[in-house]
Design a protein around this ligand. Structure first.
Ligand SMILES: C[S@@+](CC[C@H](N)C(=O)[O-])C[C@H]1O[C@@H](n2cnc3c(N)ncnc32)[C@H](O)[C@@H]1O
Ligand code: SF4
Length: 378
């Protein structure tokens, strides 16, 4: 069955981390009933527009969905089941901050129907957690992982590496600690200084200097070696899993399949009739709620994607995956000879491989993927 995912964006956080540029707002109390009915109305709107089939995944992302009232999580899952049906093997993930991961709350979240928890651990070093502006310490992160593994059928956690003052040895130690939990899935993100964040301002004011490219590259290599040795190789640039434990929901994005997006700022990609559409909900929670009350949906824009736009998205997403993407001789990609020539060049230089109709980024190409995609399609 062709997968169909649902992304639900919960935009509130207890505080805003200095590196984060997601669509997030400080939580100042939410009305659970108002949010349940708004999210359900938005979902009903999309259900009336796309071809019905059971959902294969639901992903509560954020922001901090572990702060959301559990009734909202349960209501959205029940509405998704009523409107689309849930596949027998549906994966339902929720992102959680370690501080919210007390046993009662985790059990409530599991009872609401969530079967996969994604913990934002970020580091096992208290000083690094302080630097990252996190409100949890390493001990609570360790407790949260242990509890999560006990309560949920599937789980994963995130670490951020390539931090200033993080030595190669520090990174080895943190990875060993992560792997000692024998996770089936792990996300390892290189610290990115996003424009407009507090970190970007601190760097601009020379308060500290980001890790240089060499150290970032070494830390990336260390991550590959260590996780491969533990049987947790990268199936995507930043995501590692034992075979069979890959995130089904995130695979939908990278394989460029259909997903509905609800909640402030959520994106979606859907096949509506014969066309592929990109949808985006209003960012600000108050605007989102108001528009749903007024016209029954939270969409800021819905755009039909032409072949060229789809090609760019398909390549940018698919080349992140170790499995690569299908690219056959009659693909729209080959309609421009200059592109075909650039592809041959990048294959010749060892950045890409093309075997039996599958295009992949090689180990040399993966660390410079954004540049490759730019060269390929630019
Ligand atoms: C939406 S956030 C996570 C959910 C949760 N609120 C949390 O922070 O734990 C998803 C993940 O993206 C990563 N992330 C966010 N901004 C980043 C940045 N600038 N550089 C590297 N990783 C980042 C973090 O590891 C984070 O856990
Ligand atoms: S990293 Fe997570 S907790 Fe921090 S501001 Fe971003 S979404 Fe919120």
């Amino acid at each position: 069955m062709t997968p169909l995912g649902l992304y639900v964006h919960w935009p509130f956080c207890a505080r805003i981390c200095p590196y984060c540029d997601f669509n997030v707002y400080r939580e100042r109390g939410v009305d659970a009933e108002l949010w349940s009915s708004a999210l359900i109305a938005d979902l009903e709107h999309w259900a009336s527009r796309i071809k019905q089939r059971p959902l294969t995944s639901i992903y509560f992302g954020g922001g901090t969905p572990s702060l959301a009232p559990v009734s909202v999580i349960a209501d959205v899952i029940a509405a998704a089941d009523r409107l689309f049906g849930l596949d027998d093997t549906v994966e339902i993930t929720l992102e959680a901050n370690p501080n919210d991961a007390d046993e009662n709350r985790l059990r409530e979240i599991a009872s609401a129907g969530v079967n996969r928890l994604s913990l934002g651990v970020q580091s096992f070093d208290d000083e690094a957690l302080h630097f990252l502006g996190r409100d949890h310490d390493a001990a609570s992160a360790r407790r949260a992982i242990a509890l999560t593994q006990e309560i949920f059928k599937a789980s994963t956690f995130d670490l951020i590496y390539g931090r200033p003052r993080q030595s190669d040895d520090d990174w080895y130690t943190e990875l060993s600690e992560a792997l000692a939990f024998e996770p089936a899935h792990l996300s390892l993100y290189q610290l990115t200084i996003e424009p407009g964040t507090a970190f970007a301002a601190q760097v601009a004011n020379s308060r500290w200097t980001p890790a240089d490219d060499d150290r970032q590259a070494r830390h990336y290599e260390i991550a590959q070696e260590t996780t491969n040795a533990a049987g947790l190789g990268a199936y995507e640039i930043s995501n590692h899993a034992r075979p069979g434990s890959e995130s089904r929901h995130n695979l939908i994005y990278w394989r460029y399949q259909d997903y509905i997006g609800i909640g402030p700022g959520a994106h979606g990609r859907m096949t509506v009739g014969a066309a592929r559409s990109a949808t985006k909900a209003l960012d600000r929670p108050d605007n989102y709620l108001r528009q749903i009350q007024e016209i029954g949906n939270g969409a800021e824009a819905t755009e039909t994607l032409d072949e060229e736009a789809q090609l760019i998205e398909r390549l940018s997403m698919g080349l992140r995956l170790a499995e690569g993407i299908p690219l056959y001789a009659d693909d729209v990609f080959y309609r421009e000879e200059t592109r075909a020539a650039r592809l041959r060049q990048l294959v010749g230089d060892g950045f890409l491989s093309l075997d039996c109709g599958t295009l992949r980024a090689t180990a040399t190409g993966r660390p410079v993927l954004n540049r490759l995609i730019y060269e390929l399609i630019g």
